[in-house]
Design a protein around this ligand. Structure first.
Ligand SMILES: *Cc1c(COP(=O)(O)O)cnc(C)c1O
Length: 348
């Protein structure tokens, strides 16, 4: 099976399993796990923040960021399709009591978009307190959020004293694609979350970084939410290994995604009824639009040995990662074409 459903499907490599097996551990709830402490220091350093906290998931890291920077009833400004609003099971409302104000297009936001979404300080309006940006943008197909916009938004919201959070689940990819360091990409934000279990290939874990006082409060909430872990060095050893060994290879995933986009969009052999905008493929995600329903095409592809996700009525999403080779990408393009053609023929 070629699995392009997500970059979360990777399995630990032999080297990573070795690192897990030999990890030095202690009870992290007591602050005693040396591997976890080392990871947290390393990540805080990498992102240029005072402190970091290891979390079970990216959802937990994002939701801790919201919880420590808002009050119940507040408005959080997000882009269209934000993971924080769509894919976190309503946690913003359930755990922090916030509501979302959506601005911009496709996840992209300008300073004017953000300004237009700010609620004035009237007593009958919700209080705007936090702005969240995603980089890379998941639903927009792994596109990079322009850093010029980040800087302009930071400047515009500074006088209001709002929190500014970066959902950097794929910040490593944004950095690999642009050549801009993750430190520079994260600099304008108060808090930034990053993920180890996507393109980096670790089995579990994310981190939230930010000012020491906020991260200290996040530690209390992580405990409250049942996210305090004991010998977490077993997990953070994998994350440290991923940081050391799997960051520089992300450009291969990007080249594979571009290759898939070109195979599916090029003049020959162009797949009838398949539309891919290769110019929008900036990192490891390819949005594939169809002229037939996507779910049956995904089902047909599964029968031919390819796993791929239907993300909308007529859209599939393919994600490249360290467990998929160039040869498998060639194969995936052939399968996808066959599956789409079979479904179109069935339709006709
Ligand atoms: C995957 C993802 C997350 C969180 O992922 P978990 O599955 O909770 O680790 C957060 N933000 C974005 C943009 C993502 O793609």
């Amino acid at each position: 099976m070629i699995d392009l459903r997500s970059d979360t499907v990777t399995r630990p490599t032999p080297g990573m399993r070795q690192a897990i097996a030999s990890a030095e551990v202690g009870d992290d709830v007591y602050g005693d796990d040396p591997t976890t402490r080392a990871l947290e220091e390393e990540v805080a350093d990498l992102l240029g923040k005072e402190a970091a906290i290891f979390t079970t998931t990216g959802v937990m890291a994002n939701q801790l960021a919201i919880a420590v920077q808002t009050r119940h009833g507040d408005d959080v400004i997000v882009g269209e399709g934000a993971h924080i609003m769509w894919n976190e099971a309503g946690a913003g409302a359930a755990l922090s009591g916030v509501q979302f104000a959506v601005a911009g297009q496709d996840g992209f936001l300008t300073a004017d978009d953000v300004e237009g979404a700010i609620k004035p300080p009237a007593k009958w309006l919700p209080r705007t307190s936090l702005v969240c940006i995603e980089n890379t943008l998941n639903r927009a197909g792994g596109r990079v959020f322009p850093q010029a916009n980040v800087l302009a938004i930071a400047e515009r919201i500074a006088p209001h004293g709002f929190g500014f959070h970066l959902d950097g689940a794929r910040l490593w990819n944004a950095s690999a694609a642009t050549g801009i360091s993750v430190k520079e990409l994260a600099a304008p934000f108060h808090t930034t979350s990053v993920c180890f279990s996507k393109g980096l290939g670790a089995p579990v874990g994310s981190a939230l970084t930010g000012p020491a006082a906020l991260i200290q409060e996040a530690r209390r909430l992580r405990q409250r939410w049942g996210g305090g872990m004991r010998q977490s060095g077993i997990l953070t050893a994998a994350a440290r290994y991923a940081l050391a060994h799997h960051r520089t290879r992300l450009v291969e995933d990007h080249a594979n995604a571009r290759h898939l986009a070109e195979l599916l969009s090029g003049p020959a052999p162009r797949a009838a009824g398949i539309f891919v905008d290769a110019h929008k493929v900036e990192t490891n995600i390819v949005n594939v639009d169809l002229d037939v329903a996507a779910a049956p095409v995904a089902e047909a592809a599964r029968g031919l040995g390819l796993l791929i996700t239907a993300t909308a009525a007529r859209r599939l999403r393919a994600v490249t990662h360290l467990d998929v080779s160039r040869a498998q990408i060639d194969e995936a393009a052939i399968i996808l074409r066959r599956a789409a053609e079979a479904c179109r023929a069935g339709h006709a």
